[in-house]
Design a protein around this ligand. Structure first.
Ligand code: FAQ
Length: 313
């Protein structure tokens, strides 16, 4: 079959809602697009452990500590599923990490903001995991089989994470005036960066055209952002917190909330590496990777030994 025919058959398969699997023929651009998106998603999960990891030793109760620990371990697991999904596309884990450490691969802008206190841990679970779920529920229907299946499990775990954060915020919002003020302050600082997680407006999103045609993305950046706003505004109302957007108002006609404009200059600045914690996050990741070299060496030596044993048997 020539390439035009293959391409036609590939698109027809996608249009029939059949999944593309690792051994299926796929255009090079589709493969590259997926490696970029899945690996950036994986890096986000792993780097995203850092803003929370600091609070394992500071959680206010044993229960809070156990729940936070379980959540952070889940994020590591999500990173591993996603790296494995990316590897099915013909790239190695080492190459993926080189791209991260060399600054070629991005990770979500949200993880370049600091977590200043326990209320921020609540806001991360509620808003960041909440935004991640909206995006990932949509990605469960993505066209690439391994990514789509990974998302199903990840979404189940994310909904526990979102509840973990919302519970912290709800408890603080009904606590002392100081606790409520801390919860409100965390919402004020993390609201806008959470909206930025969905990426630029559709008109400014260069990757969306192919992503939608290939059904890698099932909904646009703005559609998903709107879904997140609609459901989160109501959750804020229930616990008595105020979304820090003076332009936010219900629109009877559209059936959605209208909202103010995101500070895109801030977004692009963070994406370019100049956010408050970019340097800290990457430096920490590199150090942890270097310090873990002995674990990789030991695992490789063990695997080699097992292989030799199986040859002898
Ligand atoms: N941050 O043309 P588009 C989580 C980049 S998981 C940084 O719209 P696309 C769990 C984009 O890469 C959170 N960069 O791109 C958790 C592109 O640059 P490139 C991660 C961003 O791919 C919770 C350029 O801008 N989730 O939180 C961002 O069609 C708590 C142009 O943008 C995923 O990765 C951003 N926010 O749409 C863990 C979901 N937005 O690559 C721990 C999968 C855009 O050409 C604790 N990814 N850029 O150099 C996606 O759905 C998409 O890739 C989007 C971006 C929606 C992120």
């Amino acid at each position: 079959m020539d390439d035009d025919k293959r391409l036609e058959a590939f698109q027809a398969k996608i249009d029939r809602e059949e999944k593309i699997e690792p051994r299926d023929w796929m255009p090079e651009d589709y493969r590259k697009h997926l490696i970029r998106q899945i690996s950036q998603h994986a890096h986000s999960e792993v780097v995203g452990m850092q803003p929370e990891g600091n609070y394992i030793t500071r959680a206010p109760s044993l229960r809070a500590k156990v729940v936070l620990l379980a959540k952070i371990q889940d994020e590591a697991g999500h990173g591993l599923y996603l790296y494995s999904a990316a590897e099915t596309l013909g790239i190695t884990r080492d190459e993926l990490l080189e791209q991260l450490h060399g600054g070629k691969a991005k990770y979500s802008s949200i993880f370049n903001y600091p977590t200043l206190n326990w209320a921020d841990i609540g806001a991360v679970g509620w808003l960041v995991d909440g935004a991640a779920i909206v995006n990932q529920v949509s990605l469960q229907r993505t066209s690439y089989g391994p990514y789509s299946r990974g998302m199903v499990r990840i979404c189940k775990e994310e909904s526990f994470h979102q509840r973990q954060g919302y519970e912290i915020m709800a408890d603080m919002a009904k606590g002392t005036p100081e606790q409520k003020a801390m919860a409100q302050d965390a919402l004020n600082r993390l609201w806008w960066p959470s909206l930025m997680m969905f990426g630029p407006h559709d008109a400014d999103s260069p990757r969306s055209g192919n992503a939608l045609k290939w059904k890698i993305k099932r909904e646009t950046n703005d559609e998903l952002r709107q879904k997140f706003i609609d459901k989160t505004v109501q959750q804020a109302e229930v616990i008595g917190l105020t979304i820090p957007d003076p332009d936010l108002k219900w629109n009877e006609e559209t059936g959605h909330y209208d909202s103010g404009e995101i500070n895109w200059e801030e977004f692009y600045n963070v994406v370019k590496g100049n956010g408050p914690c970019n340097n800290q996050r990457l430096t920490h990741h590199k150090r942890a990777h270097d310090e873990g070299a002995w674990v990789r060496e030991a695992a490789n030596a063990y695997a080699k030994k097992q292989l030799e044993k199986s040859k002898v048997a």
